[in-house]
Design a protein around this ligand. Structure first.
Ligand code: DP6
Length: 316
C-alpha cells in the first residue's frame, strides 16, 4: 500500500481563460495569468492498494458519486495507464475553505490530486509535467502548481511569471451566496463558443489583454494591471452573457458599483468575477483594511475572505 498527501491552493485569474481550443479537452483558447492564493488550501491523500476493486473519491469525508467522481475516475484511469499500474486508488480530499465560496476548488483539487497521485503511482514528474497532468483534470488547475503569479499559454506548459512577494497584493473574496453554481464552467464555455456572437471578439481581446497585464505585472504598474484585470472579467462575462449565461446576481452588481465608487475615493481596488456570483477584489496591502470594511458593509455580502499570494502545490 502507498499513501501520499499533497496540499494545493486555489488560484484566481487576473487575465481570464474562457473557452477551449477546438477539438481539445484541456487546451485553452486564450492565454491566462493568475495568482495562487495562500491561506486557503485543499489537502488530498491518494492511497493505492492492490486490494481495491474500484477508484473511490471522498470529498470532505463523504464518498462522492456523480460528475465530480466521474471526472476524477476518468483522470485516474489515464494516469494508471501511463504508470502501467493495474491498481485502483482511494482519493480523500478536504478543503479548508467553503467550496461554495466561489474559489476555484477544482483548480486546487486537481493540482493536489496530480501531485499526490503521480507520487502514489511511482511517477517522478517535474513541475511542468505535474501542471500538464493537473490540466487534464481542469485547465485552470495547471496554474496552481506554481507559487505567486503563473501563466498558461495555449499549447505551452504552465509556468511561474513572478514570485509571491513580487507585489503586496491582497485579494478580498466577497462571498455573495452559499448556493452551488448553476452551471459548470466547462459547460458554460462550450455554450459560449456555440452560441455567443461575441466569442471571437473575446478571443481577440484576451490575447492583447493578457500581454498588457503580464507587462504591467512585471513593471509593478498597479493602475494598468488593475484596469486590465477588471476589463478581462467583464469581457469574459459579456461574451458568456450573449450566450444566455449569467453568473452575476444583484449583490455582484452592487459590489461592482462599490468598487468603482471606492476608486473615485482614492482606494486602489479592482473587481473580478469567475463562474459564479462572488466578487474577488484586488487591492494593495496598504488599502486592504479600508477596502475590506467597505465591502463587508455592502448589503447581501455574507463575508469577505482576505488572501495573499501563496505557494504552489506540494507534497507533505
Ligand atoms: C472563469 O478551469 O474550471 O475560472 O477547464 O473545464 O475545468 P475546465 O474549467 P476551469 O475554468 C476556469 C474558468 C475561470 C477563469 C480562469 O480561471 O481562468
Amino acid at each position: 500500500m502507498t499513501a501520499v498527501t499533497a496540499i494545493a491552493h486555489p488560484n484566481i485569474a487576473l487575465a481570464k481563460y474562457w473557452g477551449k481550443r477546438a477539438g481539445t479537452r484541456d487546451v485553452p483558447a486564450v492565454p491566462s495569468l493568475s495568482v495562487t492564493l495562500g491561506g486557503l488550501a485543499t489537502r488530498t491523500t491518494v492511497t493505492v492498494e492492490p486490494g481495491y476493486s474500484a477508484d473511490e473519491l471522498w470529498l470532505g469525508g463523504q464518498l462522492t458519486t456523480g460528475d465530480s467522481a466521474a471526472r476524477a475516475t476518468a483522470w485516474l484511469a489515464e494516469l494508471r495507464a501511463r504508470a502501467g499500474s493495474p491498481h485502483f486508488a482511494r482519493v480523500q480530499s478536504q478543503n479548508d475553505f467553503p467550496t461554495a465560496s466561489g474559489l476555484a476548488s477544482s483548480a486546487s483539487g486537481f493540482a493536489a490530486l496530480a501531485v499526490a497521485a503521480a507520487a502514489a503511482y511511482g511517477l517522478d514528474l517535474d513541475r511542468a509535467e505535474l501542471a500538464a497532468l493537473a490540466q487534464r483534470g481542469s485547465t485552470s488547475a495547471a496554474r496552481s502548481l506554481f507559487s505567486g503569479f503563473a501563466e498558461l499559454v495555449p499549447g505551452e506548459p504552465a509556468r511561474q511569471v513572478a514570485a509571491p512577494d513580487h507585489l503586496p497584493l491582497v485579494v478580498l473574496v466577497c462571498v455573495t451566496t452559499e448556493a452551488a453554481k448553476e452551471m459548470s464552467s466547462r459547460a458554460a464555455m462550450a455554450q459560449t463558443i456555440t452560441h455567443s456572437p461575441y466569442y471571437e471578439s473575446w478571443v481577440r481581446f484576451a490575447e492583447g489583454n493578457f500581454a498588457a497585464q503580464r507587462a504591467a505585472l512585471l513593471a509593478r504598474d498597479w493602475e494598468t494591471l488593475g484596469a486590465a484585470l477588471e476589463a478581462s472579467a467583464f469581457a469574459m462575462h459579456a461574451s458568456a452573457m450573449a450566450a444566455g449565461i449569467v453568473y452575476f446576481n444583484d449583490v455582484t452588481l452592487r459590489l461592482a458599483a462599490r468598487v468603482r465608487a471606492l476608486r473615485t475615493e482614492g482606494v486602489s481596488v479592482w473587481a473580478s468575477m469567475d463562474a459564479g456570483p462572488h466578487v474577488k477584489v484586488f487591492t494593495r496591502s496598504q488599502d486592504a483594511s479600508v477596502a475590506q470594511r467597505a465591502l463587508e458593509s455592502v448589503p447581501g455580502v455574507l463575508r469577505v475572505i482576505a488572501a495573499t499570494p501563496g505557494p504552489g502545490a506540494m507534497r507533505v
